[in-house]
Design a protein around this ligand. Structure first.
Ligand code: 13P
Ligand code: SF4
Length: 330
């Protein structure tokens, strides 16, 4: 029975018995209920370590196709849960906290985006996966940071394009492809707050270190970077590069996986403008905790539901992305 108080809060707020081994309980409940735990790289390390599937936005969407489990628990943010639900309409898709939103997805509201599209007839619409199902339903093709460049390049050169909602990723793609896509003016509050001055200072201190950056970062950081790529591409790059030290300009959760995969590399998180805020941690991603994961599996709530008509329309551009992403070089 889901209490009204929990519904108001958006997550289950029940005291956890003292001494309960949460990791063991989550593993037990997953097995008992036949649930699959999927986690994004920006989750806390202890959640990543328990996940059956871990990845960036593209990998999570790809691995959500053809899941056999009846229950999928998505440890990430709301739009990721929606994408999993759209790809698995008959499954129960759970997220640990309804409040785990995304500042970037929120910067693009359906009525405003519909108006923008209407004002620019003749344009195809390319939307970043960090959008609500309603925005995806207005889209021709969805992209993630891993595949955005290649998918944009798959359109004829003279095809007019709208790109939303991330202006930094959009202008990075424009600069790489020579296109002039119309950009929605949205951004991620985590990737936008890295301090150029502090990064330059670090580069001076460690001249041999490579700066690696996510394309959601500001233009000034991207132009300074030795390598630009999605979360998975940054992880792979560390393995391939001969460099021993890296300044990492993206959400700090990925450092867990980077350090685990490449223990001999030295990783320095790029510093935010305000060094006291810890704001290279996404506050939405970090709402998920082992306690909430345990309670979500126990009560099978919060459950993500998408209006079936919206889901049907949003599925097509997601499928198109998956089709175009096959055999993509990371
Ligand atoms: P990727 O997982 O595609 O790198 O996107 C980063 C992000 O901000 C996810 O919310
Ligand atoms: Fe959204 Fe940025 Fe958090 Fe990713 S890191 S979920 S883009 S707010």
């Amino acid at each position: 029975m889901i209490k009204q108080d929990w519904m108001n809060k958006g997550y289950i707020d029940e005291p956890i018995p003292q001494g309960l081994d949460l990791a063991a309980e989550i593993t037990r409940l997953k097995k008992e209920k036949g649930a699959l735990l999927m986690a994004h790289y920006y989750q806390k390390g202890e959640i990543q370590d328990l996940a059956d599937v871990i990845g960036d936005s593209l990998a999570l969407a790809q691995k959500a196709v053809g899941v056999k489990n009846d229950i999928i628990l998505l440890a990430g943010v709301h739009f990721m849960g929606e994408t999993v639900k759209i790809l698995n309409p008959d499954k129960k898709v759970l997220i640990p906290d309804f409040n785990a939103g995304c500042s970037l997805a929120d910067s693009c509201q359906p009525d405003d985006f519909a108006k923008f599209i209407k004002e620019h007839p003749g344009h195809k619409v390319v939307s970043y996966v960090n959008t609500s199902a309603e925005i995806k339903a207005m889209t021709d093709v969805v992209v993630t940071s891993t595949n955005a460049l290649k998918i944009v390049e798959s359109f004829p050169k003279d095809q007019k394009l709208i790109f939303g909602p991330d202006r930094n990723l959009g202008s990075y793609i424009n600069s790489k492809t020579g296109r002039d896509m119309l950009l929605w003016d949205g951004a991620c509050h985590v990737h936008e707050q890295f301090s150029l001055e502090k990064i330059i200072e670090l580069k001076r201190q460690f001249p041999e270190a490579e700066l690696i950056a996510h394309p959601e970062c500001k233009h000034q950081v991207i132009v300074l970077a030795d390598f630009v790529g999605s979360t998975a591409a940054l992880l792979n790059h560390i393995g391939k590069s001969a460099a021993k030290r890296f300044i990492v300009a993206t959400e700090s959760g990925i450092l867990h996986q980077m350090q685990k995969s490449y223990p001999d590399k030295d990783l320095i998180p790029a510093p935010p403008v305000d060094s006291t805020c810890g704001c290279n941690n996404c506050n939405f991603m970090k709402l998920n905790t082992l306690e909430k994961l345990y309670l979500t599996l126990k009560y099978e709530w919060p459950e993500v539901n998408v209006d079936p008509e919206v889901a049907r329309k949003a599925r097509r551009p997601i499928d198109e992305m998956l089709r175009l992403s096959k055999n993509l070089d990371k």
